[in-house]
Structure formats: C-alpha cells, structure tokens
Design a binder for this molecule. Structure first.
Ligand SMILES: CC(C)(COP(=O)(O)OP(=O)(O)OC[C@H]1O[C@@H](n2cnc3c(N)ncnc32)[C@H](O)[C@@H]1OP(=O)(O)O)[C@@H](O)C(=O)NCCC(=O)NCCS
Length: 317
C-alpha cells in the first residue's frame, strides 16, 4: 500500500465512538501481543467520556470516509497531553500517526500552553522516535501503580466527596483545587476535568482538609462507562498542597483514596512520575506496587510539574 494515502483528518463524530473504541483496543492489544486484543483494558472506557468533555478534542483519520485512527487531546489549563493515539494495525507505518500529530501540535499551539506531554512505551524506539519528530523529549519514567486496600489498614473515617456537597461548597472546593494546582505549576487547572466527572457521574473527587482548608484532592474514576470501569478506582489526577508538610498531606490523600476504593470493593490504580521522588517513595511505603511503567515525554523539554517537590498523581494515558 502506498505511503501517500489520501487521508483526511477531522473531528471524531459521536457515531464513530464504537469503532473508535474498537480501534483503540485492537491497536494496543496487537502491539502488546494480547491473545484477544479486544480484551485490552477490559470494561474501562478511555474514549467516550473524553469525547463528551469540552476540554478534550478528538481528531480522527479517515481513508475514503472509513475511520482508521484517532488522537485524543486533553487540556488541563496551561498543560495538555495527547493519547490514546491509535491507528488500525493494517495501516501502521504509513504515516497516519504523523498526519494526526501535525494538527494536534497546531491545536496545542493555539491553546497557548506552557508545555504538553504524553506517556509512551519506553522500550519502543518507534514510539520515542515518532514523538521526538514533533519536539517531545523523553524525561522520567512514570510508574502505573496499584494497591488493594485492606480492612486492617483503611482509616475508619469516610472521605469527603465533592458529589455530596452543596452547589456553593462545591464551587468553593473546585476553586481551592485550582489554587493548589496553580501553585504547583502556573496555570495547571483541573476545573474542567472535575466538572465532567461530576456531570457524567464517572467517579468522584476525594478531598482532605485541615481545619476547613483544602489540603489535597484526587479525581477517582470508577463505575460503568468510566476510565476506571467496575473493577478499578483509577486516580486520574491527584494533588497535595505544596510547601512544608506536603508529604504528610499526600499520605493522608492516599489514605482517603484507600477508603473510597475500599467502600467500593476495588483496588486503586495511580500513576506516579519518578521525578516526583518523595511522592513515589511514599506511594511505595503506602503499599503501592508498579504494575508497569512508561516514559513521560515533554515539549518543550522542561520539568513542568515532574519535580522532586511535587506531590501529584497522574499518568497522561
Ligand atoms: C504508535 C502508532 C500510533 C504509530 O502509528 P503509525 O501510523 O504506524 O506511525 P507513523 O507511520 O505515522 O510514524 C512512524 C514513525 O516512527 C518513527 N520510527 C519508526 N521506527 C523507528 C525507529 N526504529 N527508531 C526511531 N524512530 C522510528 C519514524 O519517525 C516513523 O516515521 P517515518 O518512517 O516517516 O520517519 C501505532 O503503531 C499504534 O496504533 N500502535 C498501538 C497503540 C499505541 O502504541 N499508541 C501509542 C501509545 S503512546
């Protein structure tokens, strides 16, 4: 098949969602050598909840109208990441991903970000080389970690959940979350992500406080049709207020996430970039174990919020 296929890039449509989900599972499942590629990620859904989010744009690649690839771009204020980026296996190595990445970079430039990132397979020369072509540089590893909270260690207190708050309390809490992230990295803002989780009911936001002041928060995705699915509490993003005592605040956030997951009878999954050295060590001490790891790549090559003094959970998948 020629490399100069007449590919059209445009927005993904709602009617594409089932096929987009199929391509995502088939592409990753094939790359990873999963016997039935369609089992990749089980009941977890990384496309539909994002497609229905205002802070996310999904680009589709079509050949004669047929969907053959897509890329998902997510904006968290002054930071954005892309992924899943997937191409139907029969069309690999024909330049389709690059056709999707060029407009993704234009979109990121329009968004006026401080930096953007992605998470990829550290061992794959193809993946790292592909992204380097677009200005990304491999930085620290990100570990995808898991832990099953057990009855003996879970704190008896119920965690504070954003979904149980009044409208006013909720607005104040979301503003406090934005303040925490803005202090960690200027402009980093999860407000839209939080709003979507509440609106779609795809999980909840776990909050911890000291004398009424917000210490930390975690966006925990769990439930049918969510990124966590029915068997996992996936912390898509978590952050503890920085400065003196940040490590202890982070420990208490981990306790609160344990309590949330335990109440639903599921394990916790959370990504940690190894540049956040103390946070990684605290997760290990807390009982989290890496299931697998990949590399975070950044454009431009700056630390962003992958720094030793940062207590953030995320993985950019
Ligand atoms: C990864 C994936 C999206 C790439 O899509 P693709 O359409 O095959 O990629 P392209 O053909 O546009 O680009 C391939 C590029 O990789 C780079 N590359 C390939 N092998 C390389 C190597 N050994 N060393 C360095 N760079 C290499 C080259 O830049 C190459 O393009 P070029 O030959 O034109 O220079 C696709 O293989 C896929 O869906 N994989 C499964 C899911 C996945 O891994 N998604 C990405 C997760 S981060």
């Amino acid at each position: 098949m020629p490399k100069n296929l007449s590919i059209k890039i445009g927005p993904l449509k709602e009617s594409d969602l089932p096929e987009a989900d199929r391509i995502m599972r088939l592409a990753f499942g094939t790359f990873l050598g999963i016997p039935d590629p369609m089992n990749f990620m089980g009941d977890r859904n990384f496309i539909a909840p994002r497609f229905h989010s205002k802070h996310v744009k999904v680009l589709a690649a079509r050949l004669d109208g047929r969907l053959i690839g897509l890329n998902v771009a997510t904006r968290w204020g002054s930071f954005a990441f892309f992924g899943p980026l997937v191409v139907l296996p029969e069309f690999w190595d024909k330049g389709i991903a690059q056709r999707l990445l060029a407009p993704t970079m234009k979109l990121f430039d329009r968004w006026g970000l401080r930096c953007s990132g992605l998470f990829t397979f550290a061992h794959s020369a193809k993946h790292v080389g592909l992204y380097q072509k677009f200005g990304y540089w491999p930085c620290y590893l990100t570990a995808l970690m898991t832990r099953t909270p057990d009855a003996n260690t879970v704190q008896p207190d119920r965690p504070t959940l954003l979904s149980t708050m009044t409208r006013t309390q909720c607005d104040q809490a979301i503003a406090a979350c934005a303040k925490i992230t803005n202090k960690i990295d200027k402009g980093l803002d999860l407000t839209a992500e939080i709003g979507v989780v509440l609106a779609q009911r795809t999980g909840d936001i776990v909050l911890t406080h000291t004398r009424g002041a917000l210490d930390a928060f975690a966006i925990c995705l769990y439930g049918p049709g969510s990124e966590g699915g029915m068997k996992t509490c996936y912390i898509k993003f978590g952050a503890a207020r920085g400065g003196a005592g940040a490590g202890d605040r982070f420990d208490r956030l981990l306790d609160a996430c344990d309590a949330f997951a335990f109440s639903r009878g599921v394990p916790v999954e959370a990504g940690m970039n190894l540049a956040r050295e103390d946070a990684f060590r605290r997760m290990s001490a807390h009982g989290f174990r890496p299931m697998t790891q990949g590399v975070a790549m950044l454009r431009p090559n700056i630390p962003g919020f992958n720094r030793p003094d940062v207590y953030v959970i995320d993985d950019w998948r």
